[in-house]
Design a protein around this ligand. Sequence first.
Ligand SMILES: Cc1cc2nc3c(=O)[nH]c(=O)nc-3n(C[C@H](O)[C@H](O)[C@H](O)COP(=O)(O)OP(=O)(O)OC[C@H]3O[C@@H](n4cnc5c(N)ncnc54)[C@H](O)[C@@H]3O)c2cc1C
Length: 408
Amino acid sequence: MTVVVGASASGLTAAIVAARRGEKIVVLEAGGKAARKIYASGNGRCNIGNSAISLERYHSRDMEVLAKILASCDRAQLRSYLNSLGIVTQEEAEGKLFPMSRQASSVVEALLFEAARAGVEILYRRKVVDIEKGAGGRYILHCESGERFEAPRLLLCSGSPAAPGLGGDSGILAIVGERFGHEVLKPLPSLSALRSASRYCRMASGVKLPAKVTLLCDSLVETERRGDILFTDYGISGLAILDISRSLSLAMEEGRSCSLKIDLLPDYERQKLESILLKRIERERGMPLSLWLNSILHSRLVPVIMAEAGVKLESEAQLKRRDIARIVYAVKNLSLPIEGTRAFKYAETACGGVSLREIDPRNMESRLSAGLFFAGEILDVDGDRGGFNLHFAWCSGIRAGMGISRPS
Ligand SMILES: Cc1cc2nc3c(=O)[nH]c(=O)nc-3n(C[C@H](O)[C@H](O)[C@H](O)COP(=O)(O)OP(=O)(O)OC[C@H]3O[C@@H](n4cnc5c(N)ncnc54)[C@H](O)[C@@H]3O)c2cc1C
């Protein structure tokens, strides 16, 4: 018998693959239901993968090992695995793959049906709180319920601490480090919105627009992204923000001070914007300044830009050329100090985890403790937004499923 900890994307996949090969599998799941993150994924639509998988879309300290894991599961293999569950995918923009139903629940139902058909036993409300290695190298698992399970092979698919409301937990990571000597890279929130105390966020709360965002750490450009941003009461969110949150987490961990520079009209060069505004002064004499900018910027952003530019005039008739230059500068360089991410509570994933250095990429087995296997987000692998994280969960789950079912 093999015990798998965690009934979600990677754990259920590994359990199905191994059970189909004749292995007796028991899955221990802390929650009262399986795959809570899959239900929530892609806003309930489940961005199940991506048609353009490449190493550049992933992050890990050990990219060579990661390359081997990803190479072991190509697009055709993954499609055949998903098809074998009855899941048909369709591609949307940026190569994002979704189940045809666009319902995450259909993915979970297919996984659970196939797991049951293959004979996998899933035990819910079995939170593993300790693991020891007993006589003969067998793994002994202690559950919060007081129960104890024993098996010669153990696969850990307990994910990361991201989204604790959906099963995110770091307990197993701590056990793996303390009991089995694995190196664990400190998990940090990734794919998260950001907190800012700037009054601009509250002034513009609810405004969503396409922008270019530059992350500055200790005043140096760290990274930049184009995409939607959303001002909120707590700070700033939106796809471009989620994309840079990983870099921000790492920079803040190093004690660097971070801020954002936002270009609210990235499709307009500075000179072009200045000339548009100068022409408007000639055409629309006497208009109140707020109204004058309203058709160019969202009305809730106008007071933000005026404050940032330090322009306090009543009407556009009073505007000087240098005021226009200051307004345009503020539009293209809105500055927001950032306090941090919204922490694990609101993060979609985590960077860090069990180091790949001590994992055999052929079967996902520990190089330090025979019979111990890993798959999914518990490992030091995180992907970009767009289906890359679930892709890694399926891929590493398939690999580990084959690993635990090899003849011993
Ligand atoms: C809101 C949200 C939206 C997302 N959307 C997408 C998306 O659209 N596309 C995409 O690619 N990725 C998405 N992700 C990320 C993706 O869901 C994860 O990368 C993926 O679920 C990881 O799978 P996993 O099986 O490794 O871990 P998890 O899904 O985290 O599952 C781990 C399981 O282990 C259980 N567990 C934890 N500790 C213990 C313990 N001590 N004992 C027993 N059981 C335990 C947990 O309850 C959980 O069921 C999203 C994540 C979130 C939070």
